[in-house]
Design a binder for this molecule. Structure first.
Ligand code: CP
Length: 329
């Protein structure tokens, strides 16, 4: 495995991937889009492999799309229902992971409320690959890959060109504006790293208490004037307030946050017609986005969900491949 490619490795952070490694995931995902369009959406490339799906925190999109992706690659899926597992009897994460690995697994897809959980699990497993499906406020790398893939396809469609084989060219130089609760958002951290690695100009804006002072280390800059930034952006990335992580304590009220940073109809009119608006979901209509804007044609939230399956197929396929096998893709 080379240090910058996902082939044969873990996906713990976007920092694990070089720009070429990032483009490789997008290109492999393009080939899986075709598989997802077939009447029989299944190929045998991971037949006989076993993937454990361990979600210690709530999820709709990530869990369903990773499990769908694994099944479409013909892998067997072990899905731990944490609420009815021995975790509830006090079993530690380490013992749970060692128990599951003893069953004979090839990969673990892990979501956990603790930042760093996926890195820790990668040190405990002997052979299994570890895929971070969101760890606390740290990172959500597969979501950022979905977002780049979705934006690349949307830009290609607007320009009437083919996204396949375009590498990162359609993202390079794009002005990306990420709005809202940056401090608590693992999606924001992975997006900043990924868009910056793709050559985009990344700016973040939100309440002073919800924007970290060190966004430069992720390749981003702080912005101050939302209306000006909206008019200039090629990509507008909306984020949910992370109430389960205490975001509400960092603003006087959700109403004030919504008034100052929510995308309502007036602000949506400032956004260019050819811009792309993303949201990782779940959206909270009436807080970070008005209900009308949530259904705006520039909003690609549904495409992001659809693209979750080919991107996660690509992640699982690459992580469980070797260079030799890649020749046969
Ligand atoms: N975007 C995202 O991670 O959604 P879920 O929490 O539903 O998986």
């Amino acid at each position: 495995m080379s240090a910058d490619s996902l082939i044969g490795g873990n996906l713990l952070s976007i920092e694990d991937l070089s720009a070429d490694g990032l483009a490789e995931v997008l290109e492999v995902a393009e080939s899986f889009v075709e598989v997802n369009g077939r009447s029989v959406k299944k190929i045998p490339v991971l037949k006989g492999r076993v993937i454990a799906s361990l979600f210690f925190e709530e999820s709709t999109r990530t869990r369903l799309s990773f499990e769908t992706a694994a099944k479409r690659l013909s892998a067997d899926v072990l899905s731990l229902a944490v609420a009815s597992s021995s975790v509830k009897k006090g079993e530690s994460l380490k013992d749970t992971i060692e128990t599951i690995e003893a069953l004979g697994i090839d990969a673990v897809v892990l979501r956990h409320r603790s930042s760093g959980a996926a890195h820790q699990v990668s040190r405990w497993v002997k052979e299994a690959k570890v895929i971070n499906a969101g760890d606390g406020t740290h990172e959500h790398p597969s979501q950022a890959l979905i977002d780049l893939f979705t934006v690349r396809r949307a830009v290609a469609e607007r320009r009437g060109v083919d996204s396949r084989g375009s590498g990162l060219a359609l993202l390079a130089g794009a002005r990306v504006l990420i709005i809202g609760d940056i401090v608590h958002s693992r999606v924001a951290r992975s997006e900043m790293l990924a868009y910056a690695k793709a050559g985009a100009q990344v700016r973040v804006i939100g309440p002073g208490t919800l924007v970290p002072g060190n966004v430069e280390i992720y390749g981003a800059e702080r912005a101050e004037n939302l209306d000006v930034e909206l008019a200039e952006a090629d990509v507008v990335s909306l984020l949910r307030m992370q109430e389960e992580r205490g975001s509400g304590r960092f603003v006087p009220s959700l109403h004030e946050f919504s008034t100052l940073y929510g995308i309502d109809e007036r602000r949506a009119r400032l956004i260019r017609d050819d811009a792309v608006i993303t949201h990782p979901g779940p959206m909270v209509r009436g807080v970070e986005v008005s209900s009308l804007v949530a259904d705006d044609p520039r909003m690609v939230v549904r495409e992001q969900v659809t693209n979750g399956v080919p991107i996660r197929m690509a992640i699982l396929f690459l992580a469980l491949s070797t260079r030799g096998e890649m020749v046969n893709v």
